[in-house]
Design a protein around this ligand. Structure first.
Ligand SMILES: Cc1cc2nc3c(=O)[nH]c(=O)nc-3n(C[C@H](O)[C@H](O)[C@H](O)COP(=O)(O)OP(=O)(O)OC[C@H]3O[C@@H](n4cnc5c(N)ncnc54)[C@H](O)[C@@H]3O)c2cc1C
Length: 385
């Protein structure tokens, strides 16, 4: 079987779907090729936090502000994906961490992010279940959360509605080039697709696809796990995490190695209420290539949650799940052309892939269509490594 498309997008996770969604708006004929079902990779194993509270100052914070704006636009264009705009809170555990919070407060204000400094009384007035000794924190009133699976399927419906094709259960096995070295086809176990452009959006599996085209993509697996609590007890009305969480998210993997489970597994505190009133409990970050839950990690995350919200001690967990973040050496994404003419990458979004999906999809589609990109893409180029 042989078919034709202008662009083949490899990967039906959030990045592949967003890339296809925006390319279609530029009139491209697009086929998404996904080896399993839609969003079966890391996208289905994440929570859907869309906040600008833990980004690197400067360029990356501005990119995240644009990312949030783009998601709010999509709430008016796509089917419902459980968007809840409630803001979030970051708590300090100690007076020393409160000083870090003050620094983050200044940095975020300089980048134009709305943020409020909270002292001990503010924190407890805001959420009475917070542990009494918590000395303060930061409130970010903007941003919210969404359901990543609903988001992915809403995108898929929008893609198909305008003639985009999504070939599920189709494994990419090769990338064809013409004599000049430019891309001319994608080989799959269901046949060949002739095309002029290819986007690698295969998340943590992108290096394997890169090899098929003869390029090195420096993405490695960084595991995350979440615990889901029973839905009948009120903890807090919005996502709440500790300063450690925001610091850990952007530390190198080697920095998180230590002797206690908290250090070895990069454990921070996060609680996130969902629309069904289940609370998700996290956070962890450690190099591993498996989606099997680790009981030691689950226990450490639960201990950490109880430290900040003691009411959790009496609650039951109903399940846990794990996923693998696509991690780059500088933990920022790759949204880039490559040395192979016609070959592009939109991958490596680490712990921010849901949030950055629409803005990355928009930017890579502008790059591929020869349109001035809304952001300078040099900090996201592959050749920075
Ligand atoms: C526990 C956890 C919590 C998270 N929380 C958040 C959060 O709150 N907010 C946020 O913004 N981000 C979060 N993330 C990060 C986010 O989930 C990822 O960055 C994002 O899902 C990556 O999307 P992707 O499309 O790049 O990869 P994926 O979703 O993994 O998609 C890649 C797809 O490529 C397919 N594929 C691979 N090889 C082939 C092949 N040979 N042929 C065809 N298809 C192939 C795979 O099957 C897969 O479906 C979290 C991650 C984890 C693990």
């Amino acid at each position: 079987m042989q078919e034709h498309a202008d662009v083949v997008v490899i990967g039906g996770g959030i990045q592949g779907l967003c890339t296809a969604y925006y390319l279609l708006q530029h009139g491209k004929k697009v086929t998404v090729v996904e080896r399993g079902d839609i969003a079966q990779g890391t996208t289905s194993c994440s929570d859907g936090d869309i906040f600008v509270c833990d980004s690197t100052p400067g360029y990356f914070t501005k990119l995240q502000i644009a990312a949030l704006d783009e998601i709010v636009i999509l709430t008016h264009k796509l089917d419902d994906f459980d968007w809840m705009s409630k803001g979030c809170v970051i708590l300090a555990e100690t007076e020393e961490q409160l000083e870090t919070a003050k620094k983050q407060y200044q940095e975020k204000r300089l980048d134009g992010v709305k943020v409020r400094f909270m002292d001990q009384k503010d924190v407890h007035d805001d959420e009475p279940h917070t542990a009494p000794d918590i000395p303060g924190g930061l409130e970010f009133p903007d941003g919210g959360s969404l359901n990543p699976m609903l988001f992915a399927f809403a995108l898929a419906r929008a893609i198909r509605a305008v003639g985009g094709k999504i070939s599920t259960f189709t494994n990419v096995t090769g990338i064809g080039k013409c004599k000049s070295g430019a891309i001319n086809s994608v080989l799959t176990d269901n046949g060949t697709i002739l095309c002029q452009q290819v986007v690698i959006a295969a998340g943590v599996w992108s290096p394997e696809i890169g090899k098929l085209a003869g390029i090195h993509i420096p993405i490695t697996p960084m595991k995350g796990e979440l615990l889901v609590l029973e839905p009948n007890v009120y903890i807090t009305r919005r996502k709440t995490m500790d300063i450690g969480y925001s610091l850990l998210r952007h530390k190198a993997a080697s920095d998180t190695c230590g002797i206690t489970p908290e250090q070895s597994y990069g454990i921070g505190f996060l609680v996130e209420p969902t629309r069904e009133n289940n609370a998700l409990i996290g956070f962890c970050k450690y190099p591993a290539n498996t989606t099997k839950s680790n009981p030691e990690v689950i226990r450490a995350m639960a201990r950490r949650a109880i430290r900040f919200f003691p009411i959790i001690r009496n609650m039951n967990a109903i399940r846990s799940y794990a996923g693998i973040r696509p991690w780059t050496p500088d933990h920022e994404a790759i949204v880039s052309a490559t040395s192979v003419p016609g070959l592009y990458i939109n991958a490596g979004h680490a712990g921010d892939g849901i949030k950055l999906g629409p803005i990355s999809g928009k930017l890579i589609s502008q790059l591929m269509c020869g349109i001035q990109t809304e952001f300078d893409l040099s900090p996201l180029r592959l050749d920075r490594f």
